[in-house]
Design a protein around this ligand. Structure first.
Ligand SMILES: [Zn+2]
Length: 1001
């Protein structure tokens, strides 16, 4: 009985919510004349306002939204803060405005107050006397409205005008009071339902699309009709007896025409004009479809394409929600790209089917089910993104859910996610707002659908529409319907899905199988698998538990609320595997604990690893999967003078593109092509980012190796942090400890290595940022270590060598484009190793590029006679002081250096794979040794080293790999005897070259 009483109470609560609902009543009468030369629409407006609220009103507010698109607005300020320049820089007559004059309320003149000044997108008036519940009043005013030349939802371009949110618009009064909210880039609109009577006076040749129906006058459709076999449906009498008089359209001035529009039950009136518009018409049931496209659109919009796609969208939405509430749907090709929704109208940048389904879908979620778009943007954007994905799914095009879910997971794992339900201007920035309300909002609807099932989801949508059409909706309204229809408590789903950003992780615990044999007596022939489902993270969603048996599959669902729960899955044949959440519906970040083999002790010992996807690695692209580890295998071959031709096998692991990025290389030196009888077997092993050590923005690496005369261990922990996803600084810092011992000098160049081992601890950090057109970066490292040999710290037979050394480097780079083709870049560098004393050779600071330990992981660079450092090859590996023309073995204790580059793009073909950018460059590198002890190949002390020359660069992309080929000619080198490419007797100016696969800095 108690249960029944509770159920009744719940149903009552759900049923009562709409009963307590009220909304204000508004009627607009607008008369407006467009002066095309000035770009200004001038009008007068009369508003009939009825107070249906239980409150007495003492003020009245209007939105003047066009005032956002001008300097000084909150919109412009938000743009500036995020590095966008749009309306802040516009001058008269380019910017937009909406000015009101002569405002009279209840017949009396009133004074405007701009509560968010200098922003003027909201204007407020004190009422001459309070407006009591149930009373009506009239508001009259004159105004001028001008769209901006830079389009954003609205805009003008020559004789083309897209009017959106263009007239003084009544601010919604709801249970929170007046919804006064300035217009920001993030967040859209909120309007009172009402009727609009709009009398337009425009040039006679204009073609006009608008909300509502043309009661009288010529919108220009017939003359522009490209499919004249079908008569234009004006629907002039759609509103029957309520249709306003059609007498006002006569008497236009020469060259002008008058059109009267009328619409009911809409919260906005949009308008678009272009004398070049082409018209095509169609219908879905009683809903007329008007398409207005531009010259040149014949192949993309014309020939019925856009009409048909609009009809397709209406048919889908009719099936999903119910009958469309209005007489017509106008789809126009607007000035701006993208798309924006208005009641009875969408203004789109293309005739893409997905875009049309999205924007026409907004006529339901936003237009008819009218949410407050800046307070709960997910309720229209997330909703319509969800229904668009579902639309494609019904046509067999999958991947929409998967791509969206994986993208959000990336942000969740690094702690960049913000909840779906924030008020729009509370988001960190415009990008985070978009991700949160569109993508994360869409994910919420998929999770609701997963929780209640497809059939119930359909009933929820139809009930929600039926109950709430032509009303203001919010989360409470939608949730009440969803709970009522599904008969489920959805508090956790709505709470976590909309108001939190928690991670989800389910894992399989114990698995127990009871076989057919034991059950024969009971007459049963099947198998029962008992599975323990463990919830390892805060996120809770229903989990599908799948048992794959020899000849059949069983699936059972658990609620996923408990930390541990058991579930029984029956199969007819013998169970082989258990898989949790096989369709990846729980947003589970770690799917590696979602698979288990069923079996005895031996299977558990040898077979319990999660399913690994082994594949042949094609060198330039690494495979990544949402639900399991991938391991790519590849043969490798390289050469050096000691080992000769070296053959090996390399594996590269991956999970989610960020975890388990382990590398293993086993290689054998064949001695082929070498005079030395080395014949080594080597290995290199890297463990990187195990899922067990997951932490936001953190990466861990452990290398253990024995390669080509060196062995050692390196461990690194690094953090990066972006303040914003698309602008602002990115910070990084980390710690690294590295031990490298030398044991076979047949591989090593004495110019690069002393015969000592080194153990070094280093901390590093850096920041990159964009400032105006400058791309700036600073990186530094600071550390120290000790050098030792077999005799301990008395190292190497070089008495001056200090076993304890200090090492620090700072590098700063700055780059910027100069016009469209030129780029300037500069790099400053300071590096010091062990102050006045000399560090071991491999830890000194190098004049040309990277130091020997930085090249240790590259088999083409690390050993004597390697392919890229052989006798005939001049390679530049960026780093150090960066004097690219110098021999890579020249080093000293401390250097300060500066490099400058200027390049000009000759060819840019962004879609090409090879040579997608080719440029020529001029460069100079200048370095000065600091302090005393310097040594060089020539035995003397080096003070200054510099070079200058010309270069040729090309950018390429193969698979997922982007790289540069850089061919530099250091024609001038200040010390020719130290040049990398040198011959006896060279002058300072000679023909020399170096090559690299990386930019110089
Ligand atoms: Zn949208």
């Amino acid at each position: 009985m108690i249960g029944l009483a509770l159920l009744l109470l719940q149903q009552q609560a759900a049923a009562q919510y709409p009963a307590a609902y009220w909304q204000q009543e508004v009627g607009y009468e607008i008369e407006a004349r467009l002066d095309e030369a000035a770009g200004v629409l001038s009008g007068s407006e009369r508003i009939r306002y009825t107070n249906r609220s239980p409150d007495s009103l003492t003020t009245f507010s209007l939105h003047l939204y066009l005032n956002a698109f001008r300097p000084g607005s909150r919109w412009s300020a938000a743009d500036s803060a995020e590095g966008r320049r749009r309306f802040n820089d516009l001058r008269d007559p380019a910017f937009a405005f909406n000015h009101v004059r002569n405002v009279r309320i209840m017949g009396e003149p009133v004074q405007p107050v701009y509560p968010f000044a200098p922003d003027s997108t909201v204007v407020r008036f004190d009422l001459p006397r309070p407006l009591l519940p149930g009373e009506s009043m009239s508001v009259e005013m004159d105004w001028d409205a001008r769209p901006s030349t830079v389009p954003r939802r609205q805009g003008r371009q020559g004789r083309r005008f897209d009017f959106a949110q263009w007239y003084p618009k009544v601010v919604v009064y709801d249970r929170y009071g007046w919804a006064e909210h300035p217009l920001y880039p993030a967040g859209e609109f909120y309007g009172e339902f009402g009727s609009f009577l709009v009398d337009l006076d425009v040039a006679a040749d204009q073609v006009v699309g608008a909300t509502g129906v043309p009661v009288c006058g010529d919108p220009g459709w017939e003359r522009a009709n490209r499919a004249p076999s079908r008569a234009v449906e004006y629907q002039r009498d759609y509103y029957g007896e309520r249709t306003p008089s059609a007498g006002v359209c006569d008497g236009a001035a020469p060259g002008r025409k008058k059109i009267r529009w009328y619409a009911e039950n809409v919260h906005h009136f949009a308008l678009s004009l272009n004398p070049e518009y082409r018209y095509e018409g169609g219908a879905f049931g009683n809903v007329a479809v008007h398409v207005l496209y531009q010259p040149g659109d014949e192949g993309t919009w014309g020939k019925g394409t856009a009409v048909e796609r609009t009809v397709t969208a209406l048919a889908w939405l009719d099936r999903l929600f119910g009958t469309f509430a209005w007489p017509q749907m106008t789809n126009v090709h607007r000035i701006e790209g993208g798309g924006t929704e208005f009641p009875m109208m969408v203004m789109n940048g293309s005739a893409d089917q997905g875009l049309i389904v999205h924007e026409v879908g907004h006529n339901y979620t936003m237009g008819i089910l009218a949410n407050n778009e800046w307070r709960e943007g997910w309720l229209d954007e997330g909703f319509t993104s969800f229904q668009t994905t579902w639309f494609w799914e019904t046509l067999g095009r999958t991947g929409g859910y998967e791509g969206n879910e994986a993208g959000i997971l990336e942000l969740d794992l690094d702690g960049y996610s913000e909840p779906t339900s924030l008020v729009s201007d509370a988001y960190r920035d415009f990008v985070s707002y978009n991700i949160s309300i569109y993508s994360r909002g869409e994910l919420f609807f998929h999770q609701l659908r997963h929780t209640v099932g497809d059939a119930t989801m359909q009933r929820i949508l139809r009930t929600y529409y039926d109950r709430w059409k032509l009303k203001h909706v919010d989360e409470t309204a939608f949730r009440a319907v969803a709970e009522e229809v599904s008969k489920r408590d959805l508090s956790t789903l709505f709470g976590q899905g909309l108001h939190a950003v928690e991670l989800h992780d389910y894992a399989i615990g114990k698995v127990r199988v009871s076989g057919a044999a034991g059950q024969r007596g009971s007459g049963k022939t099947g198998w029962t698998t008992k599975v323990e489902v463990i919830r390892k993270a805060e996120g809770r969603l229903p989990v599908e538990v799948m048992v794959i048996a020899e000849r059949d599959t069983g699936v059972v669902r658990v609620e996923g609320l408990a930390e541990r729960e058991w579930v029984e899955v029956s199969t007819r044949s013998k169970p082989k595997h258990v898989v949790l959440d096989p369709r990846v519906r729980t947003h589970d970040w770690n799917m590696l604990n979602n698979r288990k083999k069923v079996g005895g002790f031996l299977t558990k010992l040898f077979g319990s690893a999660p399913g690994i996807d082994n594949y042949f690695h094609p060198y330039f692209s690494t495979r990544s999967r949402r639900d399991r580890i991938t391991v790519g295998w590849q043969p490798v071959v390289w050469y050096n003078d000691a080992g000769g031709v070296t053959l090996g096998v390399r594996s590269r692991g991956d999970y989610l593109g960020r975890f388990e990025q382990n590398v293993a290389v086993a290689s054998i030196a064949t001695g082929l092509g070498s005079d030395l009888d080395v014949g080594d077997v080597d290995f290199f092993s890297r463990l990187r980012n195990p899922v067990k050590l997951r932490a936001p923005n953190m990466s861990q690496t452990l290398d253990v190796f024995n390669v080509e005369g060196r062995y050692g261990v390196a461990a690194e922990v690094a953090w990066t942090r972006r303040e914003h996803l698309t602008f602002g600084p990115t910070w990084s810092r980390g710690l690294r400890v590295e031990w490298v011992a030398t044991d076979d000098f047949r591989y090593l160049d004495r110019g690069l290595y002393d015969d000592v081992g080194t153990v070094e601890l280093q901390s590093f950090g850096g920041v990159t940022t964009q400032s105006a057109k400058w791309q700036l970066a600073v990186r530094s490292s600071l550390g120290g270590g000790l050098a030792y040999n077999r005799d301990g710290l008395a190292a190497s037979g070089r008495p001056e060598l200090d076993p304890f050394y200090f090492r620090g480097q700072v590098e700063a780079t700055a780059r910027r484009p100069l016009g469209s083709k030129w780029n300037f870049g500069a790099r400053a560098f300071v590096g010091a190793a062990s102050g006045d004393h000399t560090a071991a050779k491999q830890r000194q600071i190098y004049f040309q590029g990277a130091d020997p330990l930085q090249q240790l992981r590259n088999p083409f660079l690390r050993s004597r006679g390697s392919l890229l450092v052989g006798d005939d090859f001049r390679y530049h590996s960026p780093g150090g002081a960066g004097v690219r023309g110098i021999d890579s073995r020249v080093s000293t204790g401390a250097i300060v250096a500066l490099s400058l580059e200027l390049d000009q793009t000759l060819v840019a073909r962004s879609s090409a794979r090879l040579f997608n950018r080719i440029s020529v460059a001029a460069f100079t590198d200048l370095a000065h040794a600091i302090g005393g002890a310097s040594q060089s190949l020539t035995g003397d002390r080096i003070r200054f080293l510099g070079d200058a020359g010309l270069g040729l660069r090309a950018d390429h992309r193969i698979g997922d790999t982007r790289f540069t080929t850089r061919f530099d000619l250091p024609l001038y080198v200040s010390r020719p005897e130290l040049a990398q490419d040198r011959e006896p007797g060279d002058d300072e100016v000679e023909f020399r070259w170096t090559f690299s696969f990386e930019p110089a800095f």
